[in-house]
Write a protein that binds this ligand. Structure first.
Ligand code: ADP
Length: 551
């Protein structure tokens, strides 16, 4: 910009200078020409006076240096000429100034030489005798004048040029200085040129707008990063070449990658073929998903193409841990198989006994025991179906059941009471001790916890054994313990007894009417109440199950 201003100033200065020189010269030239013309007229008048008085003698003593004087008779012949031989001179009657003088008494004209280097002024006056006296003077033309002044003009031009350069440098610097000093961070604080105010105001408003947009973008980016960062699912964004452009902490952890993996190829992080396959598909615009094993767990991977205006710009990979889902699926499949199996056995028995009775193939004495067996098997089926219903109800979260403030001790009393006949049958003493324990919970579920634990303690006990039920309030918790002096559970089974249909001794369980679901119901019901279940057991000595409820 400085250079441009500098050049413009120089150009303007030199143009003005040249124009001034030409104009000045022109004006001066015209002025002096007029002066000379006036003087010529005056000299002509004086000379005409002299010739009128003295005639041809006037020219004898005449010493003219600058002027040329001619005397022309009425026919146009030159009688006298101070510069040329009159004999060789042509007729002057047609000369403009002569013609004018003859007609009006006075005439004048100016003519350029053939080369335009010289200009001549003519002034003619008619004398009393009808002759004409003409004076002329030659003057250099303006072009000759200019050529003659080349040297001084060049010197003045060089001086003007130097002056213009020096001034132009200073002026252009001065003009540009406020522009260079503009503080664009605070546009409104500048006091340079008024003309810049709209421009600076515009910059200021745009800066404010940009700052707002930047803050908004930053906030959105932070929100997005927080969401992506706190996601349990792994997420990776890749460009169209399969290079990582973003990866969240969950995905980094999963693929054992560092923060420096941005920009590296996905292949270098995970060489799993299925993953590569769906990624390639996604980068070709096709969505894909697959389940792969990583660190001993199952992950469902969704690969989605990222498109813009129908062009694939990259892909997004999501890693969902489906281990639990797969486990649940497996449990569900096993559960269905187990249920079918558990139901099939009593049904077969019932159908077998019923067939024998129907075909009258049973002795009269055996009919009652057969009917009893059918009754027992049907009872087992009913218990099984009831347990399955309870369990599936618990699986669904038991949302329809109301929580109430209850006393666990009162509930335990009821459960013990209803189990007393069963305990008596197998000669097991059932005792309840403890204190009232208020608790907020679902009464039906809490009852089934106590009932199932006591039922097991009776079923897996010895003859003349004991079952001690105790309720205590400890450290803000309600502790229910069911202790028996029964057969006990070996350590390797203690973890698994809460699994559905898991029994330590299947035939014993069946013999005592077990369904294999009692402890699963206990575990689920305890979970719904955020309670903890612990088992302490010694084979041959007995088992204690402790359930700790937070109040
Ligand atoms: P079941 O209907 O067979 O009793 P549970 O789920 O209630 O089913 O119990 C699972 C298994 O745990 C039982 O089959 C039994 O082998 C064992 N068990 C449960 N409670 C006791 C206990 N108090 N003493 C010994 N073994 C027990």
């Amino acid at each position: 910009m400085t250079k441009r201003i500098f050049r413009s100033i120089c150009l303007v200065a030199l143009t003005v200078f040249l124009a001034s020189v030409v104009l000045f010269m022109g004006v001066l030239y015209e002025y002096f020409s007029n002066v000379e013309q006036t003087q010529l007229k005056m000299q002509t008048t004086l000379a005409a006076q002299g010739v009128t008085n003295e005639g041809i003698d006037y020219f004898h003593d005449l010493k003219v240096k600058n002027y040329r004087i001619s005397w022309i008779d009425t026919e146009g012949n030159v009688i006298f000429d101070s510069a040329s031989d009159t004999a060789e001179m042509e007729n002057h009657l047609e000369r403009e100034e002569v013609r004018e003088a003859l007609s009006s008494g006075y005439g004048e004209s100016k003519r350029y030489s053939a080369t335009l280097m010289e200009r001549s002024f003519y002034s003619a006056q008619k004398l009393d005798d009808g002759t004409v006296l003409r004076l002329s003077i030659s003057q250099n033309s303006i072009l000759t004048l200019l050529l003659g002044m080349t040297q001084p003009i060049c010197i003045i031009f060089v001086i003007a040029l130097i002056l213009s350069i020096v001034l132009a440098i200073q002026v252009s610097k001065k003009i540009v200085k406020p522009l260079n000093e503009i503080d664009l961070d605070n546009p409104l604080s500048n006091e340079g040129y008024d003309e810049l105010s709209p421009f600076l105001r515009r910059i200021d408003s745009q800066q404010r707008q940009l700052r707002g947009q930047k803050a908004e973008l930053l906030q959105k980016e932070n929100e997005l990063n927080t969401i992506i960062g706190s996601m349990n699912e792994g997420m990776i964004l890749l460009n169209q070449k399969g290079k990582i452009i973003s990866i969240n902490p969950a995905a980094r952890k999963l693929l054992d990658a560092g923060t420096d993996c941005i920009g590296s190829d996905m292949l270098s992080l995970c060489r799993n073929l299925e993953l590569q396959e769906i990624l390639t598909k996604a980068l070709h615009g096709e969505r894909g998903e697959n389940i792969i094993r990583l660190h001993g767990e199952s992950y469902q991977i969704d690969a989605d193409p990222i498109t813009s205006e129908n062009i694939v710009k990259g892909a997004a990979l999501f890693f969902f841990n489906v281990t639990e889902k797969e486990k649940a699926e497996q449990i569900r499949r096993e559960f269905t198989a187990n249920v079918s199996h558990e139901l099939k056995t009593p049904l077969h028995s019932i159908s077998g006994y019923a067939e024998l009775l129907k075909n009258d193939m049973v002795k009269e004495n055996d009919k009652i025991p057969f009917a009893g067996k059918i009754y027992d098997e049907a009872g087992r089926m009913i218990r099984l179906v009831e347990d399955i219903i309870s369990l599936s109800h618990l699986d669904e979260g038991a949302d329809d059941m109301q929580r109430e403030n209850i006393d666990l001790y009162t509930l335990a009393e009821k459960a013990v009471q209803s189990l007393e006949p069963e305990a008596d049958t197998v000669c097991v003493a059932l005792e309840l001790s403890g204190v009232p324990a208020p608790l907020n919970g679902i009464p039906q579920l809490l009852y089934s916890v106590i009932y199932n634990l006591c039922d097991n303690a009776i079923k897996y006990n010895h003859e003349n054994g004991k079952v001690m039920v105790n309720i205590q309030n400890e450290n803000g918790m309600v502790v229910l313990s069911v202790e028996d002096t029964g057969i006990g559970i070996a350590p390797e089974h203690q973890e698994r007894i809460f699994e559905r249909f898991y029994r330590v001794d299947k035939s014993h369980s069946k013999a005592v009417g077990g369904t294999g679901l009692g402890l699963s119901i206990v575990k689920h019901a305890a979970k719904i109440h955020n309670a903890k279940v612990d088992v302490k057991s010694h084979v041959g000595k007995g088992t204690t199950v402790i359930v700790t409820f937070p109040k």
